[in-house]
Design a binder for this molecule. Structure first.
Ligand SMILES: [Zn+2]
Ligand SMILES: [Zn+2]
Length: 287
């Protein structure tokens, strides 16, 4: 048996390439909960007894549910109420209700179900998909009176999006490299910002909380990015810092889309929201 490097007791089930640690399920959860706590703490946006909305992403329900479990572990001490936003297309799935139950044992949970505006997600680019989801989540978060929206964007995806934005000569996409968007209403926290996708996949899989995505948006820069990274997670970590700094510099100069909160050159809706028709798509959600 391979023993866990952290507790030195339980059986290790996962080798985290990022740190080289062999981990048991309990230590994996504990270790992943720390960066969630850090990102939320650094945002300075939450107080004890806050009401916060957490979005289950249609394009990545598995990470969203993993995020909900990590958050409920972190927030149980602060008496925060978590309002889980569930796309109606995913409601009633066993894994979704199981995760809600687990989270509810740890902290206070409320749920709202809304119909995610029907759009062929497979034809979308990842960045358009993220912006549509966030705009939808913000609309429902406002409606529920939440003080913040937690959007589950992991470090790997946020790096990929920022790199794609740069490769396409469209730095507007760099807002996705930020851990928080304090200007949205309510403010957005990308609370999985310090966790790599690989660890989230493992966490979701080991706990049998895997749910397939409703759509798979395109990510053309994935191959060049992965070939740059190879198996060196520290490179991924340093790119996160570099991209975050670039994005922070831009955030003072650029306009922000009133729907998704992303950077935009123009006034009003960003190009992504405009070409998807987001203002019209969200009319029903806002009612
Ligand atoms: Zn352990
Ligand atoms: Zn937008």
């Amino acid at each position: 048996m391979v023993t866990c490097d952290v507790c030195k007791r339980n059986k290790a089930v996962y080798l985290r390439t990022y740190s080289g640690h062999r981990l048991c399920p309990r230590c994996l959860e504990r270790i992943l909960a720390r960066p969630v706590k850090r990102v939320i703490g650094e945002s300075g946006l939450l107080r004890p007894n806050s009401r916060i909305a957490l979005l289950i992403r249609p394009s990545n329900p598995a990470f969203s549910l993993a995020g909900l479990r990590l958050l409920s572990k972190v927030e149980s001490k602060f008496n925060v109420k978590i309002i889980v936003i569930i796309p109606s297309q995913l409601e009633g799935l066993d894994r979704v209700s199981d995760t809600l139950e687990i989270a509810a044992q740890r902290t206070i949970i409320e749920k709202i179900v809304g119909k995610f505006p029907v759009i062929d997600g497979n034809g979308l680019s990842m960045i358009a998909c993220v912006r549509l989801e966030r705009a939808w989540g913000l609309t429902l978060a406002r409606k529920s009176g939440a003080e913040a929206l937690l959007y589950p964007l992991d470090r790997t995806t946020s790096n990929l999006l920022a790199l794609e934005a740069l490769l396409e000569g469209n730095p507007e996409g760099l807002s996705e490299a930020l851990p928080t968007l304090p200007w949205t209403k309510p403010p957005t926290i990308h609370y999985l910002h310090r966790i790599e996708a690989e660890a989230l996949v493992a966490y979701a899989f080991i706990d049998e909380a895997w749910v397939d995505s409703l759509c798979s948006p395109a990510l053309p820069s994935k191959i060049p990015f992965l070939s740059l990274m190879g198996s060196r997670p520290e490179l991924e970590f340093s790119s996160t810092k570099t991209l975050e700094r670039l994005a922070l510099n831009l955030s003072e100069k650029w306009n922000k889309c009133p729907y998704c909160g992303g950077f935009t050159r123009s006034k009003g809706a960003c190009n992504y929201c405009r070409s998807l028709g987001v203002p019209r798509l969200l009319e029903d959600t806002a009612k």
